[in-house]
Design a protein around this ligand. Structure first.
Ligand SMILES: C[S@@+](CC[C@H](N)C(=O)[O-])C[C@H]1O[C@@H](n2cnc3c(N)ncnc32)[C@H](O)[C@@H]1O
Length: 421
């Protein structure tokens, strides 16, 4: 390939990274913007698409060290790419040469621990950077280690995990995960059975619609950490559950599958777009015992008998999603954390009345700030003596366990009728 062609591709990649960054800073998810750009350019080949997408995400993930593409241009793109790839692709070599950037003879930027990499990147960039610069300033201050864990160790491990894109996790429905993984491999997808009996880890980036066309609704995309929420709900056959903040329905569909065709799940979300997405997924999955509607879970739910279980998978600062969606970290603020905390407590206070005596209330968030996790659960229990923590206690699912996202899950029990409160 000629140098001018390589340079042309590098400049397209740089432009895509800049557009994705601008969209992310304007509040749009980076992956959606990337999809829109790539859809507009059917002429791009599959290798180019992968390169453009990878570079845009490397720039978002390492932005705390490299600075923004908008301001730093080629230097940012080259630096971010070198942090993720020991051997730079020819397009990046051409871009570096054209921009007068000297590449290290042996690229050791992706090697070693994050503190070691910070030292090497500081030398490359000519200014000091630290691991904690990779997240917003408020994050290290507001994050909580699980009880008994050392805060510094927890933080160091969390920061490491946020810099690596986790694999895609599938929850397999009604068939052995190993068998499905083998069929995926036969179809050219790099997949293997995961740590749960129904989980599959996918290392390549398959076209999901194509997989549904080939295999039917025998799987749902669901992060490994999220799958733990359904397990802790543990609905018994015939029970009625309310998923009060259902989003696009990942956990509601898991509850339905755990109920095995018995009982019923009501899924609600305040945003109509989420309810529409859930409806599409529910129809594809062929569920019969799932109902859905738009609803603000801060309001009393009329016309429904008390539920055996209520799941509040609450809106949160989403720190646990920052490895998969690195752009999200640059949108979150300390004020958002405070605002989320008050929405979470309003929802919890309201839905608690819809749990039958003796029933369960599961509070979960895909974040790790103290205010939104243990702080929220403690405040709820202090205000509601008719609830107590489930015997096993709250669970922290950390990214290093997957690799996957992070979740905090607090299973609570409503004291059975007749007990003194
Ligand atoms: C963490 S997401 C839920 C993800 C979902 N459970 C899943 O597994 O895919 C939180 C959801 O809460 C919804 N939400 C925010 N405020 C709400 C409210 N007052 N009532 C109901 N849903 C709300 C948001 O629209 C968002 O979809």
């Amino acid at each position: 390939m000629t140098v001018s062609l390589l340079l042309r591709r590098a400049r397209i990649a740089l432009d895509v990274a800049r557009q994705v960054e601008e969209a992310a800073d304007g509040g749009a998810p980076a992956d959606r913007k990337l999809t829109t750009i790539l859809r507009r350019h059917r002429e791009y080949g599959s290798r180019d698409r992968r390169f453009y997408g990878d570079l845009a995400f490397s720039c978002l993930r390492w932005r705390g060290w490299t600075g923004t593409v908008r301001e730093g241009g080629a230097l940012v793109a080259v630096g971010a790419h070198l942090l993720d790839h020991a051997e730079p692709v020819p397009e990046i070599r051409a871009l570096a040469e054209d921009s007068g950037i000297v590449l290290p003879a042996e690229n050791r930027l992706p090697v070693g621990s994050l503190p070691e990499r910070a030292v090497r990147f500081s030398e490359f960039a000519g200014r000091p950077v630290r691991p904690e610069d990779l997240v917003p300033e408020w994050a290290p201050r507001l994050l909580a280690a699980p009880p008994g864990a050392d805060h510094a160790v927890f933080l160091a491990e969390l920061l490491e995990s946020l810099q690596v894109r986790p694999p895609l996790w599938l929850r397999v429905r009604g068939r052995p995960a190993g068998e499905f993984a083998a069929e995926l491999r036969a179809a050219g997808v790099d997949a293997e059975a995961g740590p749960r009996a129904d989980s599959v880890r996918v290392l390549s980036r398959p076209h999901l619609e194509e997989l549904y066309r080939l295999f039917g609704p025998c799987f749902e995309v669901q992060d490994l950490a999220s799958q733990a929420v359904g397990d802790l709900c543990g609905p018994a056959a015939g029970e009625r559950w309310w998923d009060a903040c259902s989003g696009a329905g990942g956990k509601a569909l898991h509850l339905v599958d755990l109920l095995g065709g018995t009982g019923e799940v009501l899924a609600t979300d305040v945003r109509p777009v989420m309810v529409d997405q859930l409806a599409r997924r529910a129809r594809r999955a062929g569920t019969s015992n799932l109902r859905w509607r738009r609803f603000d879970a801060r309001k009393p739910l009329a016309g429904e008998a008390p539920f055996d279980g209520v799941l509040v998978d609450a809106p949160c600062s989403g720190v646990g999603t920052w490895s998969r969606s690195p752009d999200a970290r640059w949108r979150e603020t300390e004020e958002h954390v405070r605002a989320n905390t008050s929405v979470q407590s309003a929802i919890l206070a309201n839905v608690a009345d819809h749990v039958r005596p003796g029933g369960k209330l599961l509070y979960s968030v895909c974040t790790l700030t103290r205010a939104e996790t243990t702080g929220q659960a403690e405040a709820f229990l202090a205000a509601r003596p008719d609830f107590s923590p489930a015997p096993a206690g709250a669970v922290f699912r950390l990214p290093s366990e997957g690799p996957c996202g992070a979740m905090f899950i607090a299973p609570l029990l409503r004291v059975a009728a007749g007990r003194e409160s």
